[in-house]
Design a protein around this ligand. Structure first.
Ligand SMILES: N[C@@H](CCC(=O)N[C@@H](CS)C(=O)NCC(=O)O)C(=O)O
Length: 204
């Protein structure tokens, strides 16, 4: 039975809505009360390396996921509903566009309101520190993925590598974070950057 890890928040609600639409049998496990050393704690850690919720574990397939958009895509594809398949590429892209819009545009804007106006006493210092801490946390997650003996982020070379590569090439200059702090990611950047198509794109 699918395990959804989380507690009541808007991001967890997204996954709950889809699970309800699909009428999926599932266990809702509160991440705040996981027992030390329990199987559930281990599964939550493997699903969500940042400790953020929601996290999802599916014992049927071994899928262990974080990021609400990835969870939604996985469940929709597993059940064959609410996301058009590759046989309808335009409809599929239209749906994915709105998922990405939510994750990349709307949510960061709303989180800025929360963190920079509602939470901070000294917004400027707070926002800079928070941005760097979050960037480092993301880089650690990528380093962790590559530490699983993979050459590429999702195992085989894919659009996941293509979408992340451009940021890595400017990390030090742009964010003042040396990529050498993340040796596997640094090696990955060299590996991806050595591809003919990448060189061609960078030169164009
Ligand atoms: N992009 C992630 C965001 C997840 C997220 O920020 N979850 C919040 C709760 S709504 C959380 O776990 N915050 C604690 C933290 O960031 O450490 C997603 O869509 O799942």
């Amino acid at each position: 039975m699918i395990e959804l890890y989380g507690h009541p928040t808007q991001n967890v609600l997204k996954a709950k809505i889809l699970i309800a639409e699909l009428d999926l049998e599932h266990r809702l496990i509160d991440d705040r009360f996981l027992e030390d050393g329990s199987v559930e704690q281990e599964r939550f850690r493997s699903a969500s390396p940042t400790g953020q919720v929601p996290g999802l574990f599916d014992p049927d397939t071994g899928a262990a996921l974080f990021e609400s958009s990835a969870i939604m895509i996985y469940l929709a594809e597993k059940c064959g509903r609410f996301l058009p398949g590759p046989d309808r590429p335009a409809d599929r892209a239209e749906t994915l566009k709105w998922l990405l819009f939510e994750a990349a545009s709307l949510t960061p804007a709303m989180l800025d309101i929360y963190h920079y106006t509602l939470q901070a006493d000294a917004p400027q210092i707070y926002s800079e520190e928070r941005a760097r801490t979050r960037t480092r946390r993301a880089l650690s997650v990528l380093e962790g993925a590559l530490a699983q003996g993979r050459d590429y982020l999702a195992g085989e070379y894919s659009i996941a590598d293509m979408i992340l590569y451009p940021w890595m090439t400017i990390m030090e200059d742009f964010a003042d974070i040396p990529l050498s702090d993340y040796p596997l990611l640094e090696a990955w950047t060299v590996r991806v950057g050595a591809r003919e198509a990448i060189k061609k794109a960078e030169a164009s």
